[in-house]
Write a protein that binds this ligand. Structure first.
Ligand code: FDA
Length: 393
């Protein structure tokens, strides 16, 4: 470890690696510090081990932030096409799974190797297992005290990510640094996270654990139409993870278990065409068998459709097309994919990622108050914000 660098980057995740080699390309002497024993662990576990590294349709509308416009500048400077070009240059095979989501064909490790190779090409010095004991500003430079010795630089980049999955290295380091430099941090919450329930809804979900289907889940006007899965604690799956980013305590969510069809109309038709059929059997033409039966048992209506009143049919259709339930909470940072909120974007220049009140101090990636939807958007933010800082440090 040398004593002086042009740039010190803290956090060897998606954004930190991208920023490091981009700064290296500009001839900067870069030191990248990581406190864990492994680099980019979140990339490794992402996308079920295949890393959904970007999304073809990613735009600012896929992000939640107090300032919706903040991410636009970085996205215009480094797009998904730019990252796809990099992936292609490294001959990494990938495919579109659905909805513009691009995944590695083989393994997320291909992306990690690519980023490390790019860093090596630019002679970025990477130090793992390195604890940062103190960070201070002295005149025009930043002094970092590590357990491997003190170093300094004129630019310092905080790329330490959010709070989710602490067991693979997540820490509150970035937020603590913000506090130290008197920067505002917005409210932090686990997001893209399964929802949990209590009492009868929990029992209902538990009895169906493992059952999955396509569902539309909404809070007010925000709605996601994707997969849903019942779990031993409540509900998960893409549509639930997506809505969790908009959920506040005590707020109800509406679930349409059959988004493409009006079950009320269907059941009334079946009352005429197949009057002797049992309600749960009819429902299982449209829903998983186990769910169809569980709904009828829960509502205590499981008779021949011909004997079912309009009131019975209405009860069933309220459940199927408009199930309104209030989660008791989320599974928390232990399973959340991201942290909602972060360093207030008012503190940061959107065109450079530099802190407005502390020249030379940069924040990139998830540590900022920019949170993407599920589907490769969060990595695109890490690449774009990392690139922009890399051009300006
Ligand atoms: P990131 O968390 O990647 O990196 C931060 C780094 O800083 C880590 O290496 C950490 O160890 C290090 N660090 C923390 N504190 C430190 C300290 N005090 N000193 C030194 N180093 C420190 N997104 C997506 O777009 N597509 C996907 O498929 C998925 N899938 C997915 C699955 C799972 C299970 C999770 C948890 C998350 C995802 N995500 C995702 C989200 C995505 O992983 C996340 O948004 C990015 O990794 C954020 O990139 P950053 O570089 O900002 O942080």
């Amino acid at each position: 470890m040398n004593e002086k660098y042009d740039v010190i980057v803290i956090g060897a995740g998606a954004a930190g690696l991208m920023c490091s080699f981009e700064a290296g390309k500009r001839g900067k002497k870069v030191c990248l510090l990581e406190h864990s024993s492994k680099i980019a662990e979140k990339i490794r576990i992402s996308g079920g081990g295949r890393c959904n590294f970007t999304n073809l349709f990613s735009t600012d509308s896929n992000f939640i932030s107090n300032n919706k416009h903040f991410c636009k500048s970085a996205f215009s400077k480094y797009t998904q096409d730019d990252f796809i070009k990099l992936v292609k240059n490294h001959k990494i095979e990938f495919y579109e799974k659905k909805l513009g989501q691009l995944f590695c064909t083989k393994s997320a490790k291909d992306i990690i190797e690519m980023l490390i190779t790019e860093c090596k090409n630019q002679k970025v010095e990477i130090y793992i297992n390195t604890k940062i004991e103190n960070l201070a500003k002295k005149e025009n430079s930043y002094l970092v005290k590590t357990d491997k010795g003190p170093i300094s630089s004129s630019s310092i980049v905080i790329a330490t990510g959010g709070l989710s999955i602490p067991k693979i290295g997540a820490s509150d380091f970035g937020y603590k640094i913000a506090e130290k430099f008197n920067l505002k941090v917005t409210k932090l919450e686990p997001a893209l996270v399964p929802l949990i329930f209590e009492r009868d809804i929990l029992d209902f979900c538990k009895s169906l654990a493992g059952v999955s289907l396509n569902a539309s889940v909404s809070i007010n006007k925000i709605s996601f139409d994707e997969g849903l899965i019942f779990t031993h604690k409540g509900l998960s799956g893409p549509s639930i993870l997506q809505i969790s980013s908009y959920w506040n305590k005590n707020c109800a969510i509406k679930i349409n278990l059959l988004p493409q069809q009006d079950i009320n109309v269907l059941l009334k038709e079946r009352r005429i065409s197949t009057p002797k059929q049992i309600l749960s059997n009819i429902l299982s033409d449209y829903l998983p068998n186990k769910l169809a039966l569980a709904i009828c048992n829960k509502l205590q209506i499981n008779k021949k459709i011909g004997d079912s009143s309009n009131k019975d049919i209405q009860k069933v259709s309220d459940f199927v097309n408009n199930w309104t339930i209030t989660p008791s909470g989320t599974e928390g940072y232990k399973t959340a994919e991201v942290t909602l909120g972060g360093i207030d974007t008012k503190e940061i220049s959107s065109s450079t990622m530099e802190c407005k009140s502390h020249p030379g101090l940069y924040f990139i990636g998830e540590v900022l108050d920019v949170t993407g939807h599920l589907g490769g958007h969060n990595f695109q933010w890490a690449w774009s914000s990392g690139f922009v800082a890399g051009q300006n440090v």
